[in-house]
Ligand binder design. Sequence first.
Ligand SMILES: [Zn+2]
Length: 129
Amino acid sequence: MHAGKFGTAINCMDGRVQLPVINWMKDKYGLDYVDMITEPGPDGTLPNGRPGQVESIKSRVMISVNAHGSQTILVAAHHDCAGNPVSKEEHIRMIGDFLKEIRSWGLPVKDIIGVWINGDWAVEPIDQA
Ligand SMILES: [Zn+2]
């Protein structure tokens, strides 16, 4: 067994959003560690990704869930994203679609959540309809 409580973040590779996501998840969910799965603009990979890119994300999420016992999966999109340069509204919509995709994987986790990281690099939960 692993000492400590893990969560999983599907986040952009952008250096500005690593610590905000890690610190927010640790605070909100009482985590010790956040496994970070990074892509350029991960919310855009579902409509626009390379072949196999979403499968690659999924395989890394599975390691975090199965080996580390993560119960919390987060998908982030952020302000000024070079990897997926669309409007905030488009990001929010893409996050919603990505959350549906993750839910379809049938993982044994408690929380699957989306967040927006604003221009002050603060994390805002996205309301799920
Ligand atoms: Zn980005």
